[in-house]
Write a protein that binds this ligand. Sequence first.
Ligand SMILES: C[C@H](N)C(=O)N[C@H](CCC(=O)O)C(=O)O
Ligand SMILES: [Mg+2]
Length: 368
Amino acid sequence: MLIKRITVGEIKVPLKVAFKTAVRNVNEVHDLVISIETDTGLTGYGEAPATAAITGDMLGSMRAALDLIAPRLLGKRLQDFNALLRTLHKHVAQHRSLKAALEIALYDLRAQAMGVPLYQLLGGGDPQLKTDITISVNDAAVMVKDAQRAVAEGFDCLKIKLGGHTWQDDVDSVLAIERAVGPHVALRLDANQGWTPKHAVLVIQAIERAGVALELVEQPVPAGDLAGLKFVTDHTLTPILADEAVFSARQALQILAIGGADVINIKLMKTGGISQAIEVANLARLHFKTCMVGCMLEAAISVTAAAHFAVAFDDVVSYIDLDGPQLCATSAVEGGMGMDGPWITLPDAPGLGITAVHGLTNVKVFDV
Ligand SMILES: C[C@H](N)C(=O)N[C@H](CCC(=O)O)C(=O)O
Ligand SMILES: [Mg+2]
């Protein structure tokens, strides 16, 4: 089975409300979509967001990298899967989101060729997951309203973005949300690198002293500050999660070895796809730690792939943050993950289960 065509295009999907974090503020998803076709008539799909502030990936840079990678994949046998993955990773450094999109499309094809859903190719599991939902950083009153709306829609776990205001504002917002939604709604915080280590400890300890049990706190300090991350982990009772600090399996190993965090956030867009996500999950298991499977602001192709991965590694994946498609006002994707409030259900169809992608622009085709 040969790879005969690779197509790249772009989708734009508006968000229900602006997505605001300590690092960026956006109103729409604007992603690269890749499809890979075989000479036997199969089509595998992949997707990559241009999260420049976090991964460094931009639409133009990913497209330029694809110009170098795509011709090297054309004409190759899908059966030589590991060689294909090596080829896609070795000719261009970085560009992890593009590589994730390519890997996702190849894994989609491989599972289709075997006639099984991707999660079964990856080891099987229960194809239903429950995600949290993100509450953007805003004035406390807006955050409270957003939190109440999410709970009314059935979400019982909120991922609250912080790090854009003073530390006292951050504490006040969390306490106001907890008062509004009650103690049965789980609260996760994500500062997206917005605090210093001491600032983080101040915020988290103040919330702990107020009697609010946080499920975890995500990436309190700048990505490169591993000593700072460990300081926060060592000085708080709340589990601390490494997100922007861990892209590769090597970085995961460094953090796990020093006890720098309690939980690792695996995102396919950081690991460069499924193959290295598997390595990170296996490393976390070896260190008796657990993982979150998360997403960037992404639409339903790549988030469906992340959901397949999460299902298959549910022994080490304790937290799901796969709300990208839930934050979108519309969808350009047919098939893939089903969504009902916080529930994600994967289809029985082979591969990702994606059947069509609508509204592609700036299309370019690579043929043998
Ligand atoms: C969308 C997801 N819940 C999320 O919050 N991901 C962010 C980064 C998203 C982005 O900026 O595109 C995270 O966990 O830091
Ligand atoms: Mg995060």
